[in-house]
Write a protein that binds this ligand. Sequence first.
Ligand SMILES: CC(C)(COP(=O)(O)OP(=O)(O)OC[C@H]1O[C@@H](n2cnc3c(N)ncnc32)[C@H](O)[C@@H]1OP(=O)(O)O)[C@@H](O)C(=O)NCCC(=O)NCCS
Length: 161
Amino acid sequence: MEIREANDDDWPQIYSIFRETVEEGRTFALPENLSLEEASPLWMETPPAVTIVAVEGDVFLGSAKMGPNRPGRGSHIATASFMVDPAKQGQGIGRALGNFAIEWARFHGYRGMQFNAVVETNGPAVHLWEELGFKVLTTVPGAFDHSQHGYVGLHVMYKSL
Ligand SMILES: CC(C)(COP(=O)(O)OP(=O)(O)OC[C@H]1O[C@@H](n2cnc3c(N)ncnc32)[C@H](O)[C@@H]1OP(=O)(O)O)[C@@H](O)C(=O)NCCC(=O)NCCS
């Protein structure tokens, strides 16, 4: 598996993971049924943020994006988002992308990393982020309308770098 910066030619393959993930309605508070063009600015970042992909040859395994959580005087804290192809989850790809994002943020001098909206019922994500050193700071009750569970909380998670 190789993790590298994404380029515009990668977007159609990333979009297929994006679309499937968003339409499951379990993990991301993003609009559904977005076209390739509409979804692109929601995932393909511009500097100083970056979008990365995990690939094995021609096969796209997952993607992540990271950059400043806030502009200006909040820009020393990073944020990141992750999506692994649903058919390839549970094989360590998310962990590799998470470690890459943390190292990227450290290298660029960020002082911490904040996840703004981790769905509390998203067991694999909460487990993985805690293993990578993130703590749940608070949970906004009922902030996510889950496709199966209805209104569930969104964790704010943080790791000092
Ligand atoms: C969350 C996500 C990025 C993790 O990626 P992944 O490649 O599946 O994760 P990994 O295989 O690297 O590791 C997942 C960890 O969660 C564990 N896990 C898997 N299913 C689990 C479950 N149902 N409950 C608890 N832990 C679970 C795995 O055992 C592993 O932990 P371990 O290494 O201690 O055994 C991926 O599942 C995903 O893209 N989900 C949909 C989108 C999403 O939730 N993004 C993150 C939003 S905050």
